[in-house]
Design a protein around this ligand. Structure first.
Ligand SMILES: Nc1ncnc2c1ncn2[C@@H]1O[C@H](COP(=O)(O)OP(=O)(O)OP(=O)(O)O)[C@@H](O)[C@H]1O
Length: 242
């Protein structure tokens, strides 16, 4: 069996009276490409926060590359090769694209890859020509691309993408999907991708996990998940009608 890069066991996230994640258990093998779908407020971003140590879970266990992550600092996640993007890009708006990527490389590149990685990742996401642009002046879709470049500059093994295709046209979403596929191969990544663009996501990923009201209601191949009545009732019926 191939190596498990991520394991969740009985993960809960309690926000006061709200249980945003409830007893989530799932594993991700090295090299897998997984999509996470579910209605608004289902707990998808909260799951990323739990996996990346941004908001550690209130119960249960997260393991990255076999190591228990409880009590670890965000830097430890980076050292173990976890990188993520945010729904609202977290970039330095007054800095240029290159300086943003350079920052990520300097402070997050635990495996010590040389500075040539900076130009390489900008090229990989199609931003080589924009390296001197001010990051905050770019449209949101470009800022998300920049965030992907920043994530890549940390030399990740596990890349968590949170709605990197939000607000794009169907054609653009397809382009993003192709880019992620390409990066996955080129950088030997395990990818977990949260996205509402279900049609493209289902065609792209190998496995889909579905959250609803903080519970994992399905986890399987896109075909299995698309045929699952619980998923259709909770999400897909509504998406198709939209
Ligand atoms: N830091 C927090 N404090 C309190 N409640 C939170 C916090 N973060 C998320 N929540 C709540 O947890 C629930 C899950 O939110 P989350 O953002 O994970 O959903 P989501 O599936 O990512 O939704 P969307 O598709 O709209 O991005 C929501 O009810 C949200 O309001």
């Amino acid at each position: 069996m191939s190596e498990l890069i991520l394991e969740l066991k009985g993960v809960d996230m309690q926000f006061g009276g709200l249980k945003a994640l409830s007893n989530i258990s799932m594993s991700v093998r090295r090299g897998e490409f997984i999509g996470i779908i579910g209605p608004n407020g289902a707990g998808k971003t909260t799951l990323f926060n739990a996996i990346s140590g941004v908001i550690p879970p209130t119960a249960g266990e997260v393991r990255v590359a076999g190591r228990p992550m409880q009590g670890r600092a965000p830097n430890d996640y980076c050292k173990l090769g976890v990188a993520r993007t945010f729904q609202t890009p977290r970039i330095f708006p007054d800095m240029t694209v290159r300086d943003n990527v350079r920052f990520a490389h300097t402070f997050g590149n635990a495996s010590g890859q040389g500075i040539e990685l900076i130009e390489q990742v900008m090229h990989a996401v199609g931003m080589a020509g924009a390296s001197n642009e001010t990051a905050g002046a770019m449209p949101p879709a470009r800022q998300r691309q920049l965030e992907i470049a920043m994530a890549l500059a940390t030399s990740p093994r596990l890349l968590l993408l949170d709605e990197v295709a939000a607000g794009l046209t169907e054609g653009e979403v397809e382009e993003v999907a192709r880019l992620i596929q390409q990066l996955r191969g080129d950088y030997d990544l395990t990818v977990v991708w949260i996205e509402h663009a279900v049609k493209t996501l289902m065609k792209t990923v190998e496995r889909v996990a579905v959250l609803n009201f903080g519970e994992l209601i399905a986890d399987g191949t896109p075909e299995q998940v698309a045929a699952d009545q619980k998923v259709i009732d909770a999400y897909l019926g509504e998406e198709e009608a939209a």
